[in-house]
Design a protein around this ligand. Sequence first.
Ligand code: SF4
Length: 44
Amino acid sequence: MPVCRDCTFYKPMDDSVGDCFGIEVPGDADVSNCPANAYQPKDG
Ligand code: SF4
């Protein structure tokens, strides 16, 4: 399963968390939990 770290909208803030549309999300959060169902893979 991909995680937030793999998502186009994830902007890393440090090793474990990142910014997603102004909200802090864990890099290892499963994208099936994405609130907006907005996951887009970084590559491909
Ligand atoms: S859009 Fe969803 S999957 Fe992508 S970083 Fe934000 S919460 Fe994670």
